[in-house]
Design a protein around this ligand. Structure first.
Ligand code: FES
Ligand code: FES
Length: 155
């Protein structure tokens, strides 16, 4: 049994320590917001938070996640109201949508670590999140808007 916390809930999963965390999230727990893209750490569709750090769950073994706190897009906020989620909706960022759970999870870490990122900071931080539909200009715009929203909520 591997015990971990997922979106605030303790889970005990009867899975192999070698299993990718992404499999456990999607197939064992049925949380399908996190996507499988490349499976080899190249696209960012599978990004989740592991103890607050953005990780690629397709290449994160369950042995690494054991005892840790995992947050998926479903658990990022109470009512889909994380500033990044609100900004994504306001700007209407997604095209096909497939990459955006990973994009938002990466953006959320960026916004925590650097609340007021420049264009270059955004491009650097988000470089590992691929969007085949090319929504990059809207992603950048949404991160700036989320940064503003975050600033307002702090004042
Ligand atoms: S599915 Fe994990 S990085 Fe592409
Ligand atoms: S919106 Fe289609 S891959 Fe990003």
């Amino acid at each position: 049994m591997i015990q971990l916390t997922v979106n605030g809930k303790t889970e005990k999963l009867d899975v192999s320590p070698e299993m990718p965390l992404l499999w456990a999230i999607r197939d064992t727990l049925g949380l399908t917001g996190t996507k499988f893209g490349c499976g080899v750490a190249q696209c960012g569709a599978c990004v989740v938070h592991l103890d607050g750090e953005a990780v690629r769950s397709c290449v994160t073994k369950m042995s690494r996640a054991e005892g840790k706190n995992v947050v998926t897009i479903e658990g990022l906020s109470e009512n889909n109201d994380h500033p990044a989620q609100k900004a994504w909706q306001e700007i209407d960022v997604p095209q096909c949508g497939y990459c955006h759970s990973g994009q938002i999870m990466s953006a959320a870490v960026l916004l925590r670590e650097n609340p007021n990122p420049s264009d270059q900071d955004i491009d650097d931080a988000m470089a590992g999140n691929i969007c085949r539909c090319g929504t990059y200009p809207r992603i950048r715009k949404a991160i700036h808007l989320a940064s503003e929203m975050q600033g307002k909520s702090r004042t």
